[in-house]
Design a protein around this ligand. Structure first.
Ligand code: ATR
Length: 284
């Protein structure tokens, strides 16, 4: 890598940033495309976000990914928020267009593309979504866009699930809401062809499972948005039951793919990104 006066700077802001595969994905694409650009992790603590965004303007940083816990707050420091990012109130990409900072959301499209790549049949499917936070919102938006037959949204906190469902069109958009404690949960999950874990349960080794694994059956597709650990206990249970198990790595790569396109106007080499992120996982 050759850093000089014309090197364009990109990065990711979040807290705690910990280990992130995003630099590996984007730097691999810059390198493969022969671009004079670099992508660096930028940990920004809560309370520091406004100053960080001002820094983007002052330093001429070309683009940023935004991750937990800043995706909602960041919108108020930007000049504009476009499309689905405005609808969901969640920004995961900032584009610096000659000093104008524009917020976008590529998580929705990233999840949609990852479903396409995995060959999942979403159209007409009954889908169980576990969790109702920011990640769940992007997933549900993508499922609606892909023509899901119905979305069964389950969450520990019912009021939060209701809020999320309302923001996405509620019952009119085919979203049914229940608490995990609801007596009908087991029957409904068994009847769904796709189950998606969008809770944070599984990030830690001693986390309980987000659902009863005995409900998983052959023929179902179980997706866990978590990819670190690579295979959560939920995905292990899905494999044991003979279901198809997929983690969230595809969503990570495809949201990065779309972010790269927004920043540079060019599609990055998907295979180079995919492989670089896998290698980073082995090193990290
Ligand atoms: P993200 O942006 O990753 O979606 P989030 O908005 O904090 O993060 O959402 C976390 C999700 O995981 C929520 O659905 C949360 O449930 P609550 O709304 O009830 O808080 C869920 N979650 C986190 N810890 C959980 C736990 N111990 N049991 C059940 N659900 C949990």
């Amino acid at each position: 890598m050759n850093i000089d006066g014309r090197t364009e700077i990109y990065g990711i802001v979040g807290w705690p940033l910990g280990h992130t595969r995003s630099p590996a994905l984007h730097n691999a694409a810059f390198e493969r495309m022969g671009m004079n650009a670099v992508y660096v992790p930028m940990p920004v603590a809560p309370g520091g976000l406004r100053a960080a965004v001002e820094g983007v303007r002052a330093l001429g940083i070309k683009g940023l990914n935004v991750t937990v816990p800043h995706k909602v707050e960041v919108a108020k420091y930007l000049d504009r928020v476009e499309g689905v990012a405005a609808e969901l109130g969640a920004v995961n990409v900032i584009v610096n267009r000659d000093g104008e900072l524009v917020g976008h959301n590529t998580d929705v499209e990233g999840f949609g593309l990852s479903m396409e790549k995995s060959g999942a049949k979403v159209e007409g499917a009954e889908v169980a979504v576990l969790g109702a936070g920011g990640a769940a919102r992007s997933v549900i938006r993508a499922l609606i866009d892909a023509g899901a037959g119905g979305i069964q949204l389950f969450n520990r906190t019912l009021s939060k699930a209701e809020e999320t469902a309302d923001a996405l069109g509620g019952a009119d958009a085919g979203i049914d809401v229940r608490a995990f404690s609801d007596a009908k949960v087991d029957t409904i999950i068994s009847d769904c062809s796709i189950i998606i874990n969008a809770t944070s349960l599984g990030l830690k080794a001693d986390d309980e499972l987000p659902m009863n694994p005995a409900l998983i059956r052959r023929g179902q597709l179980v997706i866990d948005l978590i990819y670190e650990p690579w295979k959560t206990r939920l995905l292990e249970a899905a494999e044991t039951a003979g279901a198809t198990a997929t983690n969230g790595y595809g969503m990570l790569v495809f949201q990065a793919f779309e972010a790269f396109r927004l920043w540079t106007g060019s599609a990055p080499p998907l295979d180079a990104m995919w492989e670089a992120g896998l290698r980073e996982g082995l090193n990290g």
